[in-house]
Design a protein around this ligand. Sequence first.
Ligand SMILES: Cc1cc2nc3c(=O)[nH]c(=O)nc-3n(C[C@H](O)[C@H](O)[C@H](O)COP(=O)(O)OP(=O)(O)OC[C@H]3O[C@@H](n4cnc5c(N)ncnc54)[C@H](O)[C@@H]3O)c2cc1C
Length: 439
Amino acid sequence: MTQTAIIVGAGLGGLAAARGLEAAGWQVRVLESAQEARALGAGITVTGNGLAALDELGVGDAVRERAVRALPEGILTDQGSPLQQQLQADSSAVHAIHRATLHEILRGDREIETGMRVVSGTDASGGGRASVTIEHGAADPDSSDARSERERRKDRARGTKLGRRIHRALEPGDEPIDRKAESRASKAQVRAVEDARFETLEADLVVGADGIDSAVRQALWPKARTDYSGATAWLGVVQAEADSPAGPRMYLGRGAEFGMEPIDGGRVYWWGMSFARMGRRADDEIVAALAQFDDWAPEVRDHIAATPQAGIIRRDLFSLATRLRSYHRPGVVLVGDAAHAMLPTLGQGGNASFEDAATLGILLGDHSLDQALLEYDRERVARTQRFMTISERLARTNTRMRNPLLVAARNGLLNLTPELATEIAGDWMLAWHSPRHTS
Ligand SMILES: Cc1cc2nc3c(=O)[nH]c(=O)nc-3n(C[C@H](O)[C@H](O)[C@H](O)COP(=O)(O)OP(=O)(O)OC[C@H]3O[C@@H](n4cnc5c(N)ncnc54)[C@H](O)[C@@H]3O)c2cc1C
């Protein structure tokens, strides 16, 4: 009998997982909380390991065809003087691509069930199947109506609490409505809860691909915590200019880094990260980014200034502070940021999610479900947590390094952390070994 999976989240990791599972003969449903399935963000760098996993998922050539392949240009000071030449080995070439293009490739003609916000989940430890509970009609926190939805929720805070109780009473075997809760709720509150419409769906496997704030993880790994990195990021995409780089280039300054690289469509993706208090927002983020990188090399300012007003994105950077010992529970598995959200300093979060997806697909094709999930941990936990550790250490030498003396020492040597450089340059990182070849 065909086994069924529910994939929670239609980001890059969820769409990649859908491909992996289907290749293993599973029947897949992809649920997405947003009203429209889309890629948030600007560009993404796919490294050799990620591309190998995308090959396994059947889309490597489509990515090669559309992405810009380039060798990293190296690291410069904030004024544009060379600090470190990047490795020019062919294996260090990257494929840079707009996220929307990659999302489109991974999605293909797949149907995504949008407007399906998962609010909780259960594993299969009670003998039944794993399940997720959907709240239909909940607003997507990233959409333009998010503020009004948040305010609406605040206004009916008490109603929401009652809503949860009423919702719990809708579990199988319960009275359809918790009468006690209902009697204390106003008619409007009960209506608000009913409008939200909860529904429970079961499957042989639930894949939590719902990002750093994963509802699946919160339900089954409730102690896991995320952490603010102390840095914010501005991201943008512009048409390439005469002073645009031919490959990924990074500038390091005091408590900040700036990077840019060519992507598909004759465009350049740029990102600027800097030390900042959490939650700060400006009326005009282009002005704010220009102020942050005001005295940097002219091409840095040019690229920010060329960004269309509606095209700049600002995101505070978080990571998963808790290292999960296992990425699975009976009938439930986490992939991508839900399992191992890391800081973007190493550029491996997305690549790791492609590896997760390809690994999971191969293991599910070769083993029973329980065995596959055990093997998945063996393949994924140590490797992805090594990525997390290095990303964290890199953050210390860029956005968290604000002392001018240390910055000067870093710039003078850039081998201030030789172990770190060796780790990053090591073949282990850019080589993903498919379990197909090791089993
Ligand atoms: C500034 C920046 C630059 C980066 N650069 C790179 C890079 O160059 N290379 C690289 O490899 N990685 C990079 N990363 C990391 C990479 O973006 C992430 O690791 C990757 O996008 C994670 O994909 P995901 O599918 O796991 O999660 P997400 O992309 O967060 O997708 C989760 C999906 O689940 C949906 N969802 C969330 N909650 C629910 C719910 N309750 N119910 C249903 N659906 C839900 C969301 O709407 C979303 O569609 C970068 C990250 C940042 C912040």
